[in-house]
Design a binder for this molecule. Structure first.
Ligand SMILES: Cc1cc2nc3c(=O)[nH]c(=O)nc-3n(C[C@H](O)[C@H](O)[C@H](O)COP(=O)(O)OP(=O)(O)OC[C@H]3O[C@@H](n4cnc5c(N)ncnc54)[C@H](O)[C@@H]3O)c2cc1C
Length: 505
């Protein structure tokens, strides 16, 4: 067995598929999830061979794709960072600080040697006879096609298409004489000095971009159809400031701050279900003192959904509101009627002048990296499949995926899922099994299938737009997902891997 798949010298443009070797585990994606998965795999199974494939030309996934000014986390980095790697900076971090953190993980655990960039996985075919996946890959740099085989496929591909951002169709875009950019593809040399910028969107991207460019641009208008909830915590938590002079080991500070933030977000998540009106009032009132006098908070900053039915947008130290107070930015809440030569006309008839329009309009979701899956020659139609604990899919052998939390940091779930996958691999080893497949028990066969996301629970636009292509969930454990971290940190470590829903062979 090869230590990692060999990097074959590609022949430019060849159509032939080249054999790239066999690995015990093949990880798709070198973002926060894939790097976490690789760490845990090496830690628990140092003898297993593996490789990480990623379409992009560098690590970081989301943080490599999104390099627009001001890009930063919403989450605190004590919980967005891994359990095993202390975070040393302020709670909220810039995209490049997150990349630097991931680089440290890659360096410290020697993961670089396992990553193959510019390797886009196009198909994955399971053979029960051979007990392996055959994974086909196209290289972005050479066009060369490669074939890997693996005993276990670990999909860490994130939830959206990195190459094709979501941009609604608007009237008149062809006559607009300015520049239109999407934050997912920010031009490195874009100079906004003296420009009138309109940012379409109201979510986290708009909220982080606007304060970052407000000083440079002549004026920035946030044009939103409807408002988002904002939350304005300090960049550095007061507890972190208290701990700083105590000279504690960094592992202690990391753990204390993690517990602090987990507790805080447990409270927020619980409030959103149990006392949504109180949470709504808390969020709205906490913004009021930070806004300019006479600001129409009802119109521009009062969402129409329950708090946390979509992600909260964090504005550390209220920097978005400072831009509003200083008159460098403003908000228009209206629908777009048409682009004009020199701006955007909204339904009220107002024309907002623009030299640059930024479409912070979100994502197109992908189902498991848009990989074409087959099992024993049968194409997999994900819309007819059910999740097993948000980690595996019924009928897909030896395949796990990582999907993080919406209301807590994504990475809290990465560590939990990796622990469970580790237990699963150990369980297979103990049983001498070469195959494990989530299977509906007789009592689950008639279970009602529910959409990927219950709109009552979470109804962000990108999820609602994609429900028709996503897999389903059932009405009982283990066929449900999107539980809160507060529940899952109890459930997942104890999850019974011999409850009859996992069939080992
Ligand atoms: C601007 C921004 C800020 C965010 N901030 C937060 C935050 O503060 N807190 C939070 O919890 N979440 C946040 N999120 C959500 C964020 O996506 C996750 O936190 C996390 O980064 C996802 O990591 P991942 O590794 O699972 O996926 P990704 O970061 O999406 O990385 C997946 C990688 O897999 C690769 N890939 C996909 N398909 C294939 C394929 N077929 N073949 C090969 N490679 C493939 C992609 O190229 C990509 O590099 C944010 C998202 C954005 C866009």
């Amino acid at each position: 067995m090869t230590a990692t798949a060999p990097t074959t010298a590609p022949a430019q443009g060849t159509e032939e598929i080249q054999d790239a070797g066999h690995v015990d585990v093949l990880i798709v994606g070198a973002g926060v999830s894939g790097i976490g998965a690789a760490y845990h795999l090496r830690d628990q199974f140092p003898d297993r061979t593996f490789v990480i494939l990623d379409t992009q030309d560098d690590r970081g996934g989301t943080w490599w794709t999104h390099r627009y000014p001001g890009v930063r986390s919403d989450s605190d980095l004590f919980t967005y960072g891994y359990r095993f790697k202390p975070w040393r900076g302020p709670s909220i971090a810039a995209g490049e600080e997150i990349l630097a953190y991931l680089d440290e993980v890659i360096d410290e655990y020697g993961l670089d040697q396992y990553i193959r960039y510019q390797h886009r996985v196009t198909s994955a075919s399971w053979s029960t006879e051979d007990r392996r996946w055959t994974v086909e890959v196209t290289r972005g740099d050479t066009g060369q096609r490669l074939r890997f085989t693996t005993g276990f496929l670990w999909m860490c591909q994130g939830y959206y298409n990195h190459a094709k951002p979501y941009r609604p169709e608007w009237n008149g875009t062809d006559r607009f004489q300015g520049l239109v950019v999407h934050p997912q593809r920010w031009p490195e040399d874009l100079d906004l000095s003296g420009q009138r910028v309109v940012v379409i969107g109201s979510g986290a991207t708009a909220a982080t971009l606007i304060p970052a460019i407000a000083g440079e641009a002549q004026h920035v208008t946030m044009l939103q159809r409807s408002p988002t909830y904002f939350f304005a915590p300090p960049t550095t938590h007061e507890l972190a400031a208290m701990l700083a002079p105590l000279d504690l080991p960094e592992e202690w500070t990391h753990e204390i701050m993690r517990r602090q933030y987990v507790t805080q977000y447990d409270w927020l998540a619980r409030m959103s279900f149990e006392a949504p009106d109180e949470l709504h009032a808390f969020l709205i009132e906490s913004m009021r003192p930070l806004l300019p006098e006479g600001f129409d908070i009802g119109k521009h900053l009062t969402p129409r959904y329950r708090p946390w039915q979509q992600r909260l947008a964090v504005v550390p130290d209220g920097d978005l509101f400072a831009a509003l107070r200083e008159g460098k930015a403003s908000i228009v809440t209206d629908t777009i009627e048409t682009f004009t030569e020199h701006g955007i006309r909204v339904s009220s008839g107002e024309e907002i002048p623009a030299d640059v329009v930024v479409t912070a309009t979100g994502f197109n979701m992908s189902v498991l990296g848009d990989v074409a899956f087959t099992v024993d020659g049968e194409p997999v139609d994900f819309t007819k499949r059910v999740t097993w604990r948000g980690i595996m899919i019924n009928g897909l052998p030896n395949m796990a995926y990582v999907f993080g939390y919406f209301r807590h940091s994504w990475t809290l779930r990465v560590d939990l899922v990796c622990d469970l996958v580790g237990r699963l691999l150990a369980s297979m080893q103990d049983k001498g099994a070469t195959m494990v497949v989530p299977t509906l028990r007789p009592e689950d066969e008639d279970m009602p299938l529910r959409p990927f996301a219950d709109p009552e629970n979470f109804n962000a636009g990108y999820v609602m737009r994609s429900q028709h292509i996503l897999f389903k969930q059932g009405d009982r454990e283990p066929w449900i997902h999107m539980l809160e971290h507060e529940q899952e940190r109890e459930i997942l470590p104890k999850a019974d891997l011999d409850d009859g829903t996992l069939v080992y062979r």
